[in-house]
Design a protein around this ligand. Structure first.
Ligand code: ARG
Length: 246
């Protein structure tokens, strides 16, 4: 029976096939995206996405295998088979959707601004940053970088491999503002009260989804039904509260 499943599987469900063959759910993410995925002091990966991924693997009775990947190379990592799914707070964008399939959104967020405290009261909206005298930082390959390019084309934009390095620019006075996802900025602002000011009204609309390869249509069906189930049975809320409401 297994053989016939694999023969059919080779054409349209390589992800599900691979998960069943290996007994592993390999998940790509980029640790450092608080509170979705972080590396704890003991080396363990923790966070909202990690808890969902672990629960997802358990629901399939397979092993969860974390694959920590640079954000800039995360879609190539999926495409070349280093993992079967990206669970990494990835915004569903039309351009990405030409490269990968997305599950239904599991969270909706938007871009906000972490401002240098000196600009508090001077820069009242992200729009005020569209000026050649300002320097903006964000993370390479993110929708934050994209939003800065689109809405703040007159400012200087400096991009960094990690969000931590990009946010640090503002804290160190090397950038006037950091453009990034709201949940990350909210936590960063709470932890660095004196060195950044959060303009916390989101100025983009961004659904976040789980990404799989184009040949994994059957896996998308699994993911959407899994999402529906955890939203209905309280699992999603429990994990959400743990990371976003404490
Ligand atoms: N939502 C943003 C994007 O899709 C940022 C995601 C960053 N995620 C991460 N794991 N570093 O571009």
């Amino acid at each position: 029976a297994l053989t016939s499943v694999s023969v059919q599987a080779a054409t349209d469900n390589s992800a599900i096939n691979k998960i069943q063959e290996t007994g592993e759910l390999r998940v790509c993410f980029e640790a450092g995206y608080v509170p979705f995925e972080m590396k704890a002091k003991n080396g363990q990966f923790i966070g909202f996405d990690i808890d969902i991924a672990r629960h997802m693997a358990r629901s399939m009775k397979v092993k969860f295998v974390p694959v920590n990947t640079a954000w800039d190379g995360i879609i190539p990592a999926l495409q070349t088979g280093k993992c079967e799914v990206i669970i990494g707070g990835m915004t569903v964008t039309p351009l990405r959707n030409l490269q990968v399939l997305f599950s239904d959104p599991y969270l909706e967020i938007g871009q906000t601004v972490l401002l240098s405290p000196e600009l508090k009261g001077v820069v009242k909206s992200y729009r005020d940053l569209n000026d050649p005298k300002y320097t903006i930082s964000s993370q390479l390959g993110t929708t934050g970088a994209e939003a800065a390019q689109k809405y703040l084309p007159k400012a200087t934009l400096n991009l960094f491999e990690t969000s931590a390095d990009a946010a640090l620019q503002v804290k160190n006075g090397k950038a006037d503002a950091f453009v990034y996802d709201l949940p990350y900025n909210a936590i960063y602002a709470a932890e660095h009260k004196d060195s950044v000011f959060h303009l916390n009204t989101p100025f983009t609309y961004e659904p976040l989804g789980w990404a799989v390869r184009h040949d994994s249509v059957t896996f998308v069906n699994f993911l959407n039904n899994y999402l529906k189930r955890i939203k209905g049975d309280g699992t999603y809320q429990r994990i959400y509260s743990k990371w976003f409401e404490s």
